[in-house]
Design a protein around this ligand. Structure first.
Ligand code: C5P
Length: 202
């Protein structure tokens, strides 16, 4: 599996993160949640730093900040993510990670289309907006963040629209991606579908 790359894309809260971690553990691949790069930039923007400057100065340790998982940071991330120079500043780090010996799983919005168009496997993990909002709502509630379901649904839809309609690297499945709709799948079923798609080409 020298340099074997798995690209996993999809909208917010579709289960990409869970599937990516499980797949990486199953095959012994390294995993990069590329949303964390944009969240780290978004978090800096919220403190007054210019988005492009933040992206150019990003350090690996910036990705380990627990406060990156808030709804405010998610919105700031998706706003910074429309800026082409922000995306360009994050490109080399992602491509180097993808080329790691031993295999790599990257999850995000543009991995199969822009970052790793030559990935060995491309998955597009999706679910209905209502199902995704319900999952995100439960996750946030579990962490003590008491946004209403309606607020979470509105946030998810706003992010979907911004991610899909931007000019640079819009969210869409690569032509050769395998679509996994997790709306009616358990976590175990979604992971099994991803593992099977990877095992088929490995
Ligand atoms: O995946 P996550 O929800 O953490 O991503 C936060 C935001 O970062 C997304 O809404 C999207 O705007 C942006 N993003 C991106 N490209 C990626 C990963 C994330 O534009 N590869």
């Amino acid at each position: 599996s020298e340099g074997f790359t798995v690209a996993i894309d999809g909208p917010a809260a579709a289960g990409k993160g869970t599937v990516s971690k499980a797949v990486a553990a199953h095959f012994g691949f390294a995993h990069l949640d590329t949303g964390l790069l944009y969240r780290a930039v978004g978090a800096k923007v919220l403190t007054g730093v210019d988005a492009i400057d933040a992206a150019l100065a990003l350090m690996p340790e910036d990705l380990e900040d627990d406060s990156l998982r808030t709804p405010e940071v998610a919105q700031a991330a998706s706003k910074a993510a429309v800026i082409p120079q922000v995306r360009a500043a994050l490109l080399d780090f992602q491509r180097s990670f993808a080329a790691r010996a031993g295999g790599a799983v990257l999850d995000g919005r543009d991995i199969g289309t822009v970052i790793c168009p030559e990935a060995h496997v491309k998955l597009f993990v999706t679910a209905s907006a209502e199902v995704r909002a319900q999952r995100r709502y439960a996750e946030l509630a579990g962490r003590g963040i008491s946004d209403s379901f309606e607020q979470v649904l509105a946030d998810v839809k706003a992010r979907d629209t911004r991610d899909m309609e931007r000019a640079e690297a819009p969210l869409r499945p690569a032509d050769d991606a395998t679509i996994i709709d997790t709306s009616r799948l358990t976590i175990e079923q979604a992971v099994a579908a991803a593992v099977a798609a990877i095992a088929a080409v490995q």
